[in-house]
Write a protein that binds this ligand. Structure first.
Ligand SMILES: CC(C)(COP(=O)(O)OP(=O)(O)OC[C@H]1O[C@@H](n2cnc3c(N)ncnc32)[C@H](O)[C@@H]1OP(=O)(O)O)[C@@H](O)C(=O)NCCC(=O)NCCS
Length: 392
């Protein structure tokens, strides 16, 4: 027998409490953790799925953006997807996500991203691997840089615009970096429990070239600096920051941070002592093909045309032929064209972010095209490997 579900936003305080119970049972945490999360995300951004009268599943939608090709593309981050254990295995999560994707499409949101606990579920609704978040570790004693001519200024955390300004300059040249919503900034800047957060600007106070926000984790057996956030706009700022971190070496054994799979600033270190200890791959869904392709940026000097033929089981208007014309860094999309670049909605996600090249997708059999269109797509979607430093 097919199970009947209904999808909706939260309409009253009983439903908020009920979703709190579901979320705590699925992910753990105390009632006060749920209160904090609810206030951070906002009750209007949660959705639930009911089976009959009873809410059995929920998720959060975080409105934000993501940088691709130097432009911000509006993006819906999906988090806290949870189904009560007694209701699992019957398609409830798939139903919840299908409804969410259709709602996002009706709101003209071009893309959505999430961190999967399992790929199987999210692939079924059109998400595919889009980029990475890597956890790095570096022994403090191995840094060995001595570049102290740029000043470092300790600053307070109340004026987040100083950090936002520097962060945005760094993020715009990195595919996949978030255009951060307030909730992400709050998580970076608000201390948890008793912890002390340190923030420094690098360079002159009026025109800093970078910043670091970190905590000193002294509870661990080996004391460590955990970088909560940083931005480095040039090599002098990077050298100064490595030196600053190295100057902690008498007490602090290691430095940790989250970031890209390749960090060019680690080339300034004498040896390959900075290591990736964990990699998490986030997934992306193209919600609206035309909007997504026209809102991202493209290589500035490129004049090119790609004739896509897209298939999507869920969103009817994503199906069919689209002509993408790229000129002066912008993309224009029209219906029709030759359709000699055949791709499904999932593979288009990995292509869109530059996570996989057209050649790699072709070798997997995920793309059917001509050698000419393959060469053009390679130029259009060229770019550094996508990443983000924020987990949500
Ligand atoms: C993961 C979770 C949301 C799945 O809910 P569900 O309602 O059982 O999922 P569905 O029945 O809609 O499953 C859809 C598909 O995903 C697959 N799937 C579901 N959970 C899976 C898992 N943990 N591992 C692998 N595949 C899984 C199902 O087998 C199904 O595929 P099939 O049709 O080929 O069999 C649920 O187990 C849960 O709430 N877990 C705890 C919280 C969590 O991990 N959330 C995910 C955060 S990203």
């Amino acid at each position: 027998m097919t199970v009947q579900y209904t999808y909706s936003s939260l309409s009253n305080s009983q439903e908020i409490d009920r979703l709190g119970e579901i979320t705590r049972q699925c992910f753990g945490g105390s009632p006060s953790d749920w209160e904090y999360y609810l206030n951070l995300i906002g009750a209007e951004n949660f959705r639930i799925l009911r089976q009959g009268e009873k809410a059995i599943a929920g998720l959060a939608i975080l409105p934000m953006g993501q940088w691709f090709g130097g432009k911000i593309v509006p993006m819906a981050g999906i988090a806290a997807v949870g189904v009560l254990p007694e209701a699992r295995g019957k398609g409830a999560a798939r139903e919840l996500l299908n409804n969410t994707i259709k709602e996002l499409h009706s709101l003209e949101i071009p893309i959505s991203a999430l961190y999967p606990a399992t790929q199987v579920l999210y692939r079924q609704v059109g998400y595919e691997q889009g980029g990475s978040l890597c956890q790095w570790e570096l022994p403090t004693a191995s840094i060995q840089l001595k570049e102290r001519h740029l000043p470092m200024h300790r600053v307070g955390l109340s004026d987040r615009s100083i950090f936002e300004n520097l962060y945005n300059q760094q993020a715009q040249v990195n595919n996949g970096n978030l255009a951060r919503p307030s909730a992400i900034w709050s998580r970076i800047l608000e201390p948890r429990q008793e912890e002390e957060i340190y923030a420094y600007l690098i360079g002159s106070e009026n025109a800093p070239r970078g910043y670091i926000i970190f905590i000193q984790n002294r509870d661990k057996k080996e004391k460590a600096i955990e970088i909560r956030d940083w931005a480095l706009l040039d090599v002098s700022a990077a050298k100064r920051l490595w030196t600053f971190l190295s100057d902690h070496r008498s007490e602090i054994v290691g430095i940790n941070w989250r970031g890209s799979s390749v960090n060019p600033f680690t080339l300034l270190l004498p040896e390959q002592t900075a290591k990736i200890i964990r990699q998490t791959i986030w997934m992306l869904r193209i919600i609206n093909v035309s909007l997504a392709l026209s809102l991202r940026g493209y290589p500035l000097q490129l004049e090119a045309e790609l004739h896509l033929d897209v298939s999507d089981n869920l969103i009817a208007t994503n199906n069919g032929k689209f002509c993408l014309q790229v000129s002066q860094g912008r993309g224009e999309v029209s219906q029709g064209g030759k359709g000699d670049f055949k791709i499904d909605i999932r593979s288009l996600a990995s292509l869109y972010t530059s996570f996989l090249s057209p050649r790699q997708l072709h070798s997997l059999g995920y793309l059917k095209t001509t050698p000419e269109a393959l060469a053009i797509a390679t130029l259009i979607f060229s770019g550094d490997r996508p990443w983000m430093a924020d987990f949500f």
